[in-house]
Design a protein around this ligand. Structure first.
Ligand code: SF4
Length: 256
């Protein structure tokens, strides 16, 4: 059965060849580079996961420094000074989060929840899977599916942009099908640095358009073509060593 996740869909939309090499040809990918930004994001995700698992009393008492220290990921920082700057920034982000984003009374939060649902798209059975950063069961029965972002520029998309984002729509489908009794499922993106949050309230037209795009994508990922789409992201692509377009570009740069 075809498996689609938000990251697989993101990979395909970024570059069909990258999708093919990773998930169809299954070439050996390069080990992920634990860049400072990546390690910083992972540390914050881990710290928030630990925070939301604390009892209410422990959550009120925990210090952001202790929380981050216990969940700090060692990335490829340039040195102690750079790592210290990232750490201080992480503490500031957590301080702000702990002060401002207190779950309202009656709300239950789970973090890093894996959701899976099988569905039919264009007559094909497809398994949708996605790991949700923050799943809130709100007091009125509705469900919030929240994705954390740690973009250095602190940018958040508009609601319209997020509503047109297929990976985000997968989270919505997963939430809607998993929590069928919930009166409402809202997907949202929260920038941890700025605490700007964008919620998506899909219109029926947006839902129908996204479902049609997802069905077309499910077809395309099975039949190809899988053309390369070179971009600024190529130097960090995990399958670049197997990509003719990347080799050609490197050769061209060397000759130049
Ligand atoms: S290196 Fe670039 S063009 Fe090649 S597969 Fe990766 S993303 Fe696509």
């Amino acid at each position: 059965m075809l498996r689609l996740t938000p990251s697989r869909v993101r990979d395909y939309l970024l570059c069909p060849l990258r999708y093919h090499l990773r998930y169809v040809a299954q070439v050996t990918p390069l080990a992920p580079v634990e860049s400072p930004a990546l390690a910083f994001g992972s540390s914050l995700h881990a710290a928030l996961k630990a925070y939301h698992r604390l009892s209410p009393t422990a959550a009120r008492r925990v210090s952001p420094v202790a929380l981050l220290s216990a969940n700090w990921w060692r990335g490829q920082y340039e040195g102690a000074e750079q790592e210290g700057k990232y750490f201080d920034e992480g503490v500031a982000v957590l301080e702000q989060y702990l002060r401002v984003v207190r779950p309202p009374r009656g709300e239950r939060v789970q973090t890093e929840v894996m959701l899976t649902q099988d569905m039919t798209l264009n007559g094909e059975r497809v398994r949708l899977r996605g790991r949700v950063d923050h799943l809130a069961h709100v007091a009125d029965g509705s469900v919030l599916v929240l994705d954390y972002k740690t973009s250095a520029r602190g940018l958040t998309p508009s609601e319209e942009e997020l509503a047109a984002d297929l990976p985000t729509f997968i989270y919505f489908l997963l939430g809607q099908r998993t929590f069928q009794r919930a009166p409402r499922v809202v997907v949202a993106q929260l920038n941890l640095r700025t605490l700007d949050r964008v919620d998506v309230h899909y219109t029926p037209t947006q839902q129908a358009r996204n479902a049609a795009r997802l069905a077309a994508l499910a077809c395309a990922v099975q039949s190809g073509p899988f053309d390369p789409h070179p971009s600024a992201g190529c130097p960090a692509c995990p399958v670049r060593l197997h990509c003719p377009a990347f080799s050609a570009r490197r050769g061209f740069i060397r000759q130049g």
